[in-house]
Design a protein around this ligand. Sequence first.
Ligand code: ZN
Length: 75
Amino acid sequence: MTHSEPVRPEHMALLFAYSCPHCGTEAVLISPTSPATITCKGCRNEFSIIPVDAQTVQFVETMLDDGRAAVNPSY
Ligand SMILES: [Zn+2]
């Protein structure tokens, strides 16, 4: 059974792309707020990432009402 009304986003997340220093393949992470070592999917080498600031991420999510304020205005 399908619902007749299109559904609005309930939450949002920010993606951050890091380029592997060995081969350049991008690794996409959801708001990495802690330092971490990740394994590249391209070359399997490991590299450390600089984390993002949790308060900055929270600010953007709040500014967009957790995604609800980003809804296409024609809907
Ligand atoms: Zn790589």
